[in-house]
Design a protein around this ligand. Sequence first.
Ligand code: UDP
Length: 237
Amino acid sequence: NMIKPLYKRVLLKISGESLAGPQGFGLDTETINRIANEVKELTEMGVEVAIVVGGGNFWRGRSGEGMDRTTADYMGMMATVINALAFQDALENINILTRVQTAIEMRQIAEPYIRRRAVRHLEKSRVVIFAAGTGNPYFSTDTTAALRAAEIEAEVILLAKKVDAVYDADPNIDPTAKKFDTLSYIDVLKLGLKVMDSTATSLCMDNKIPIQVFGLDEPGNIKRVVLGEKIGTYINS
Ligand code: UDP
């Protein structure tokens, strides 16, 4: 294969939902294994892969109606840890060395987040999964992805989604919805496009971290974007 990957180090954001498979809740083993194999393909190309997992397949802060927001958000962060362990297990089953680092200490389960250690793992070709979000309530795992990408100097955020790109309307509802091939951060913010929350988008904008949005349901897409195939939506300045 003569095609070279575009990136040396990537931050892959996997939402909780994409680990849930067709049922939309909990964990779907077949889906997880498939995504794990796609991550393996990247490591085999020599790409360093850090992953931020979401938790929405179990719980989101905003699910806790009438509940203290901070408590509900901590529950969401715990949900990301469940997903991280499931994904670590799937990667280890196919012989990918993987470390989970949590933003909230739980040393019996995983390493605490230590930036220098995370970078060292990546340099040794280990996949690093960042769990428990940023460790702070009122943030999202998209913000976590932006923050960790900046910290570890990832060249791009690979934002894996249910939808295959960014549209000006929901393509599942509106058949005339227009797909964007490229976008600027400021347009994402101004048009209120549902890519990332505005905190995460701003963080990417201020630190010039490009975001490659693509659909994870279509097998092989992670590799496609890393090899530079023009799919999904590319967001930068
Ligand atoms: N969360 C948080 N702080 C963070 C990251 C996540 O409080 O830094 C909580 C928040 O309640 C969020 C939940 O964890 O709703 C699950 O994360 P998210 O909704 O981002 O998961 P995804 O939608 O990607 O599955």
